[in-house]
Design a protein around this ligand. Structure first.
Ligand code: SAH
Length: 387
């Protein structure tokens, strides 16, 4: 008997929506071990498909195939990886760092692979992708011949799977710092310790878009290693980049120097305090970027998160000169597009300004959204003009 999980009728309905996740409460029975690739059955034994099974997470199943055929094997992983890689290649991304595999959206749930030049950074975020780590490694080496593969499994979500936190090189060797290019900007990425897998690759196209409107005095809030600041600075007369982390600010300075950009003033400060200070001091900016961390890590945190988003957007709209541009983002999937629009609208009302939306954007194309899994649509970015 292959490992088998039986769903309740509600679980079957859930699977019919095309969503890949089935929660533990929708399981009737599990004859499987955590980390198994399982056959999924309906209550009367009708096959639903195959899935990754976790015996710890609330997300008990991640569906990988549908119907009766039992096809989940190494050949299928190879096909899915190859498809994901071919798609990224077709995008002709003007950068040497980008996402190659975006989990669910590439039908490889809970597997992340990013490219940083000749190196790959991988995350295995569920019991099954973790168990299959040697397989992913072998297939990626075969398909891409990378100089090294680093596993960045120091991610909180792995706790929910009962998996430990670790960072390890599983193929070749990976240097402490890797130089990558994103458009015209060169960065030194710290793959071992940087946030995410080193850089925020999902904002690449939003930086490009924002650069088309950026002008005058720029304020880049939550700057990290200067992603927006460095992409927009060439279009601006003055650039202030703020991040609360001293280490991030050091990186902004080093990256600015690396790119010969001299007019970036990087400050280690709390954005909430600093926006208030600027407001008090009657400062004005022509371009402001707000790219905060996810304020809403879960649904319970939503009211506070919305208050936080509103506060920074309100202050930014007040600080903008007429004709100024606000690039405002949220990367909480709990804050949907409509809700985010309402936050900005209500900030504009309180600031007593009229704004127009110039662009509604999302995460970059190498991080596509799987329509049946709304959770994969996490990053929203509005480019707004103050009238
Ligand atoms: N804009 C960046 C990514 C931002 S990630 C890019 O394009 O690459 C969010 C950043 O916000 C992190 O670097 C974190 O250190 C910083 N941060 C979090 N809370 C903050 C606060 N209250 N004030 C300033 N920075 C903050």
């Amino acid at each position: 008997m292959p490992p088998t999980v039986t769903l309740t009728p509600r679980g079957v309905e859930r699977a019919k929506t095309g969503h890949l996740w089935i929660y533990r409460s929708d399981l009737a029975d599990a004859q499987a071990e955590g980390g198994d690739v399982v056959q999924v059955m309906g209550p009367r034994g009708r096959p639903v498909g195959e899935a990754f099974y976790s015996d710890r997470s609330q997300i008990a199943l991640r569906l990988i195939t549908r119907g009766t055929d039992r096809i989940a094997d190494e050949a299928l992983w190879r096909t899915r990886l190859a498809n994901a890689l071919r798609f990224r290649e077709s995008l002709a991304i003007d950068a040497t760092a980008y996402r190659l595999v975006h989990g669910e959206s590439d039908l490889l749930p809970s597997l992340i692979v990013d490219r940083y030049g000749d190196y790959l950074v991988m995350q295995t975020l569920s019991q099954t992708t973790d168990r299959l780590l040697p397989v992913w490694t072998r297939l990626l080496v075969d398909l891409l011949k990378p100089a090294g593969i680093l596993v960045r499994n120091d991610v909180r979500v792995r706790k929910l799977e009962g998996l430990d936190s670790k960072v390890e090189v599983v193929h070749g060797s990976v240097p402490e710092r890797v130089e990558v290019r994103d458009g015209r900007v060169r960065y030194e990425a710290d793959l071992f310790a940087g946030q995410k897998t080193g850089l925020f690759l999902d904002q690449r196209e939003n930086r490009e878009a924002a650069a088309r409107y950026a002008h005058g005095r720029l304020l880049d809030c939550f700057s990290y290693h200067g992603g927006f600041a460095l992409a927009l600075a060439p279009h601006c007369t003055e650039t202030i980049a703020i991040d609360s982390s001293e280490d991030a600010v050091e990186h902004i300075r080093a990256n600015a120097a690396r790119n010969g950009i001299t007019h970036v003033d990087a400050r280690a400060l709390n954005v909430f305090d600093e926006l208030r200070e600027f407001d008090r001091g009657d400062e004005r900016f022509d371009t402001i970027v707000l790219d905060p961390p996810a304020f809403a890590k879960n649904r319970a945190a939503l009211p506070n998160a919305l208050a936080g988003y509103k506060e920074i957007n309100l202050r930014a709209l007040r600080l903008l000169a007429p004709g100024g541009i606000l690039v405002t983002c949220t990367c909480s999937h709990h804050v949907d597009e409509a809700t985010f629009g309402e936050v900005v609208y209500s900030a504009a009302l309180d600031a007593q300004v009229q704004v127009s939306i110039i662009e509604k954007r999302m995460q970059a194309r190498d991080h596509p959204v799987l329509l049946s899994v709304p959770e994969t649509y996490y990053l929203k970015c509005l480019i707004v003009r103050k009238l």
